[in-house]
Design a protein around this ligand. Structure first.
Ligand SMILES: NC(=O)c1ccc[n+]([C@@H]2O[C@H](COP(=O)([O-])OP(=O)(O)OC[C@H]3O[C@@H](n4cnc5c(N)ncnc54)[C@H](OP(=O)(O)O)[C@@H]3O)[C@@H](O)[C@H]2O)c1
Length: 289
């Protein structure tokens, strides 16, 4: 176990809760509801008190549809909230890790994005996340900006456990529907946390895509694989147009490759099917045991 003090924002969230349970650091501080990142006063007081050596900023307003309806909240949490944390870090020797999304690349290509592609987000959520990235880049030297996608894993009780939710749905129905119009990378949170540790240990800084390997994988492919790995009889069908209609103009292509990690020979992220299998086998053995 490494002795550095690590502060995690968004510790009750899907990623934050997994960071808290998986990171190999002795001194982890998880911040949730009482730590409102939109308040400069609260942020500064807490950080002055804790004096972390690493901050992993996983808090965000993540409801993409709700962000369209409440742009002010999206920018307040995702951009100003990030700025409040960054203000504390300026001129201090600490590492700031900002969790971002491959959704910020937008809709300019139909194959996977690399870190060298131009970023042109299409939704309010992704625009506000990208503005957060810019705040980090413009003010700090020791930072990691990690763009990830379609995260899954962790406890079955977490309300954002996509894999377990699909299991429950498929267990109780003969047919379920999934969207086939968007591609992305289902990404196992355990792999992501290991990749974060690898980057820290190798003293890397800058922007990195961090996703499991997946080529042209749709939600439909993903849900089909979940049902297959759980050995369920339920049929997975392609959702008819309009079934999962959204107000947010989400890009049809959120897929990425870990180009920079590969160039540096630091890419530890597995193939998506292999990691999904690992997680589902673990869930099955927990259920049986
Ligand atoms: N999950 C994915 O598939 C995915 C994909 C790409 C990128 N990401 C990025 O990964 C990070 C973590 O996402 P996630 O899936 O873990 O999201 P999540 O489950 O929605 O968790 C978000 C966390 O942020 C906290 N939060 C929201 N507003 C806050 C505020 N004003 N002050 C302090 N904390 C606040 C939430 O606390 P409350 O619960 O108390 O509101 C929650 O703990 C985010 O930056 C997200 O953009 C996620």
């Amino acid at each position: 176990m490494i002795g550095k003090k690590v502060l995690i924002t968004g510790a009750s969230g899907m990623l934050g809760s997994n960071l808290l349970s998986l990171l190999g650091y002795k001194n982890l501080i998880g911040c949730s509801n009482d730590f409102d990142i939109t308040s400069l006063e609260i942020v500064t007081a807490k950080l002055n008190q804790e004096k972390p050596e690493i901050i992993i900023h996983a808090a965000a307003y993540t409801d993409v549809e709700a962000c369209e309806a409440d742009m002010d909240k999206a920018y307040k949490v995702n951009t100003i909230g990030t700025q409040n944390l960054v203000n504390y870090c300026i001129d201090k020797d600490l590492l700031f890790i900002y969790i971002s999304s491959t959704g910020i690349y937008g809709e300019r290509k139909n194959v996977a994005y690399t870190e060298f592609d131009i970023v042109k987000p299409t939704t309010v959520h992704h625009k506000s996340k990208y503005e957060g990235e810019k705040v980090v880049q413009n003010h700090l030297n020791k930072y990691l900006i990690l763009r990830t996608s379609w995260l899954y894993g962790g406890k079955i009780t977490h309300n954002k456990n996509f894999v377990y939710k699909r299991f429950l749905e498929a267990k109780s129905k003969n047919i379920i529907y999934a969207d086939s119009s968007q591609i992305g990378n289902p990404t196992y949170v355990v792999d992501f946390v290991t990749q974060i540790e690898t980057l820290i240990n190798n003293k890397q800084y800058g922007i990195f895509n961090c996703v499991n390997k997946a080529v042209s994988v749709t939600r439909y492919d993903y849900v089909k694989k979940i049902v297959e790995l759980f050995d369920l009889k339920c049929r997975v069908a392609i959702a008819p147009d309009g079934m999962f209609s959204r107000t947010a103009p989400v890009s049809k292509n959120e897929s990425a490759i870990n180009y920079k990690l590969s160039l540096l020979d630091l890419n530890i992220m597995e193939d998506w099917e292999k990691s999904l299998d690992k997680y589902i086998q673990q869930l099955k053995s927990e259920k049986d045991g």
